[in-house]
Design a protein around this ligand. Structure first.
Ligand SMILES: [Zn+2]
Length: 306
């Protein structure tokens, strides 16, 4: 265990402690969809968000496995247990090729939050892509990683990276908060890489222009996601991938790049999508199906281009 792990761990601990305190006096929980309804239901990202929304972390984890089993999708269950926590990652490889493009969506949520935008919707987007790829494989190898314990300093992804290595990884996108807004953001993109070039090209090909339909943002303090476990292991092209409202771009920059000031100001107004982030208000009712579909289309284009 290195110093970087200690940092990841402490950051995750802090985030969960804050969430638990903030959500203590939460309103009654939003209704949870019966699992069988979701398993038999449509495979749009918005419908599939109900697979995890409102369930506790054990049930969220079990629901991902149930969905994959119900659809006959071969997957690897990677269980891990450390002093920081325990969980199961689920890994699905599709397409051919020696090196994989890794798309990540964590299945856990912070205590007291229904975890719809963070991150049931991201899991749902990857499952919707799997449903599409059932009839037509992607042109190159794609690895879907449904990680556990992201909220404990990316623990699941760190465990996967430690067990599997990163030699066969050619790029990583970790999906976070995909369901609110009209513009896509690639973040933690510090330097140009071939993979970043492919991502930008794919977004442009969909008419999502730079600084309008999509934004490329450098390293963001405090907020992170699973891609950082891969970056820490030496993968150059490892990014977060999020939906944001373009009209909030300036407010969002203020919020994410000045986290201490924002923590104070947060009690006044957090710009979307952070207004529901890690709160009891993170329900499916806040999600925009068009935003989820946009990210799914973008990922398909990235897979075609990368
Ligand atoms: Zn998250």
């Amino acid at each position: 265990m290195g110093w970087r792990d200690v940092g990841f761990f402490l950051r995750g601990r802090l985030s969960r402690t804050i969430a638990r305190a903030v959500n203590r006096k939460a309103r009654p929980p939003a209704p949870v969809a019966p699992l069988d309804d979701v398993l038999r239901g449509p495979t749009t990202p918005l419908a599939l968000t109900r697979l995890l929304e409102g369930r506790d972390n054990a049930a969220r984890q079990a629901a991902v496995a149930r969905w994959l089993e119900a659809r006959g999708v071969p997957f690897q269950r990677h269980g891990f247990r450390t002093f920081e926590g325990a969980g199961d990652n689920f890994v699905v490889d599709v397409g051919r090729g020696a090196r994989a493009l890794v798309l990540i969506a964590h299945h856990d949520a912070v205590p007291g939050s229904p975890g719809a935008n963070d991150n049931a919707a991201a899991v749902a987007i990857l499952l919707s892509l799997l449903a599409r790829w059932a009839s037509r494989e992607p042109p190159s190898r794609v690895r879907l990683l449904f990680s556990a314990c992201e909220e404990i300093g990316y623990l699941g992804s760190r465990a996967w990276v430690r067990a599997h290595g990163v030699a066969d990884v050619r790029g990583v996108l970790s999906l976070e908060l995909p369901g609110v807004g009209d513009s896509l953001a690639v973040w933690d993109a510090v330097e140009p890489t071939p993979f970043l070039g492919a991502v930008r090209g794919a977004l442009e090909s969909l008419g999502l222009r730079a600084d309008q339909g999509h934004h490329v943002v450098g390293h963001i303090p405090i907020f992170g996601s699973d891609h950082r476990a891969f970056a820490a292991a030496g993968v150059a092209g490892a990014y977060g991938f999020t939906t944001v409202p373009a009209a909030e771009a300036d407010a969002l920059r203020q919020f994410v790049f000045h986290p201490i000031r924002s923590a104070v100001r947060a009690t006044v107004r957090r710009p979307p999508p952070f207004d529901t982030y890690h709160t009891a208000r993170d329900t499916g009712a806040t999600l925009d199906g068009a935003a989820l579909d946009r990210m799914a289309r973008a990922l398909e284009a990235v897979v075609e281009a990368a």
